[in-house]
Design a protein around this ligand. Structure first.
Ligand SMILES: Nc1ncnc2c1ncn2[C@@H]1O[C@H](COP(=O)(O)OP(=O)(O)O)[C@@H](O)[C@H]1O
Ligand SMILES: [Mg+2]
Length: 242
């Protein structure tokens, strides 16, 4: 479970998180939508402990993240996957080695077990056989799926996605969203997804929150929120789709 309580964070005079509350139940998926530059990535960085709040509580699986010591934080992060906003594949490593990286860096797994895990996750993202390719040799959609595979390879119980559908065409965005949902339910992961796509939110999430001015403006099921008549929500999302 992920819990944030009355979290505040400012950079200089800019109050980015302003009394933010969030609960993501264990094994469920929560989507965050909100304007660019509003603090969604900052929110994710608090969950993995890259940023500390000025005040308030950040709990992951019962651990108070800002209070963890370096080693404890490293242990907790082993159980968390993070898909970066810009994929962040390493260009001089093959697809296989990119995906194997978190296993080699954070576990004592032997090469045979590493190979087994990487092949399994490559199959899950439907990229079997691309092991030896380099990031520059595959399409943007495939790179995204490699990033997804790398986030999943440690079979984390918590996964964070920062705009997983950004830069993908609608068909690929839908395919990635369906894949995220399938794997999240299969592995019963607790997942937090920042997205700009209402379609993605409808597919991946049990709950959706609209983030604005440092906290959540409305929350509910994706259908409740996306079809809400709340004036600020409509201003942000535009007219309802039929
Ligand atoms: N480490 C940092 N130092 C100073 N300002 C930051 C830092 N990280 C983010 N910000 C600022 O916080 C605001 C929110 O950023 P961000 O969370 O990246 O927005 P988004 O909702 O688009 O993900 C932006 O104005 C950004 O410039
Ligand atoms: Mg961002």
């Amino acid at each position: 479970m992920i819990e944030l309580r009355d979290v505040r964070k400012a950079f200089g005079r800019q109050q980015v998180l302003d009394g933010l509350d969030l609960t993501v139940e264990a094994g469920s998926s929560y989507a965050v939508m909100g304007p660019s530059g509003s603090g969604k990535s900052v929110l994710l960085k608090h969950v993995i402990g890259l940023l500390k709040p000025d005040s308030g509580r950040v709990l992951v699986a019962g651990h108070s993240v800002p209070e963890l010591h370096r080693e404890e934080l490293r242990d907790l992060r082993r159980d968390m996957g993070y898909l970066f906003q810009h994929g962040a594949l390493i260009n001089w490593l093959s697809v296989f080695d990119n995906i194997a990286l978190p296993l080699r860096e954070t576990t004592a797994m032997g090469e045979e077990e590493v190979r087994g895990r990487v092949e399994k996750v490559l199959g899950q993202v439907q990229l079997s056989g691309t092991d030896d390719k380099y990031p520059s040799e595959i399409s943007g959609g495939m790179q995204k799926r490699v990033g997804l595979a790398r986030a999943l390879v440690t079979e984390p119980s918590v996964i964070l996605y920062d705009e997983p559908e950004a830069g993908l065409d609608p068909g690929m965005s839908q395919a990635i969203s369906e894949l995220m949902r399938q794997i999240q339910t299969e592995l019963e992961m607790t997942s937090l997804v920042v997205t700009h796509s209402d379609r993605c939110a409808r597919i991946v999430a049990d709950r959706l929150g609209i983030f604005e001015k440092g906290r959540f403006l409305v929350e509910g099921t994706p259908a409740e929120v996306l079809d809400s008549d709340h004036p600020r929500v409509r201003e942000f999302l535009g007219p309802k789709r039929s």
